[in-house]
Design a protein around this ligand. Structure first.
Ligand code: SF4
Length: 310
């Protein structure tokens, strides 16, 4: 039955010359189905550069929006229309406009986990893997950082010469990881290295042997000579970690760190989306143009030579 469905999706994909992208936090069968799996920065580059005109984006809404902002002439389809990012939804236009008035000289920075509307009010976007490099490359002393106070706080620690004003947003999954979750695992696996996503709270980051994005964590574990790792991020990353490192051991702290919105996508959703060409992402052109500037600056300041020109 599942194999049948996968075959039907593959056939449709080829007929329509479509491509399927999936984030590392998507369900395992979606990651297996996808042409490319990665973090949001990598996927935004694939969406921009791929030759296919139809992109099925298995992730949450801001990711599909980023693809549409960068590639307005491509058709971006989301298998689940209400898969959003609760952290992205913590920021709003009204609050940003107010903050910009209070800090008129500040650089306004948003994590890529933000809506198109929020991006349209920001100077530059960052990802967890590029934030430090980008903010280091920009000669501004005052930074408004939206919406993740944990990632913003992490960068603030690394750039003590800059003043950060942090939006009070957070990922409710990463934010709930407790120190005791890490200590419990450390008691059992005392040699395990602790790899932490910067969306975690400072108390958790302070326990880390390595702090980085999902791709950074995968690369670290894969190139390491160690065998045991405590992984403080969403559990979907385990699929790629185990695939790349079948002989190593990975432990997730707490009960489960499982993003409900990321796990909404089913094979049936992907099939119906492609079949009916539904759930297309659309963005008002004036918002897209402003948000595009914010994303172009991200690629520019991250040192990306393959810059978009529209
Ligand atoms: S894991 Fe957190 S930041 Fe990522 S999509 Fe889910 S709520 Fe948003």
């Amino acid at each position: 039955m599942i194999i049948n469905l996968i075959e039907k999706i593959e056939k449709l994909k080829n007929e329509k010359n479509a491509i399927i992208l999936a984030h590392y936090y998507q369900p395992l069968e979606i990651q297996e189905l996808a042409d490319y799996v990665g973090d949001s920065y990598y996927l935004s580059e694939i969406a921009r550069d791929c030759k296919e005109e139809i992109i099925v984006f298995c992730g949450v809404k801001f990711m599909g929006e980023s693809a549409k902002i960068l590639s307005p002439n491509k058709t971006i389809l989301m298998p689940v229309v209400d898969a959003g990012c609760p952290m992205a939804d913590m920021a709003n236009e009204e609050g940003i406009v107010k903050l910009k008035k209070e800090y008129p000289n500040a650089l306004v920075v948003c994590y890529i986990n933000s809506t198109a509307e929020v991006k349209s009010h920001c100077d530059v976007a960052v990802t967890s893997s590029s934030a430090l490099k980008i903010l280091n490359n920009i000669d501004k002393d005052q930074i408004l950082f939206i919406p993740d106070k944990n990632l913003g706080g992490y960068i603030e620690e690394k750039l003590p010469d800059k003043e950060f004003i942090l939006w009070d947003g957070y990922c409710k999954y990463h934010n709930k990881i407790q120190e005791s979750d890490i200590f419990d695992l450390k008691l059992k696996y005392k040699d395990a290295k602790v790899l932490v996503h910067p969306e975690c709270r400072r108390e958790i980051r302070d326990l880390a042997d390595y702090i980085g994005s999902t791709s950074g964590i995968i690369n670290y574990a894969t190139s390491s000579e160690e065998n045991d790792f405590i992984i403080a991020t969403e559990e979907g990353i385990l699929h790629e970690l185990i695939k790349k490192n079948p002989n190593k051991n990975f432990y997730i702290p707490g009960n489960r760190i499982c993003c409900e919105d990321m796990k909404k996508t089913t094979l049936e959703d992907v099939y119906k989306t492609l079949l009916n060409m539904k759930n297309e992402i659309t963005i008002e052109e004036d918002i897209r143009q402003k948000a595009l500037n914010c994303l172009l600056n991200m690629h520019r300041y991250a040192g990306d030579k393959n810059e978009v020109t529209i």
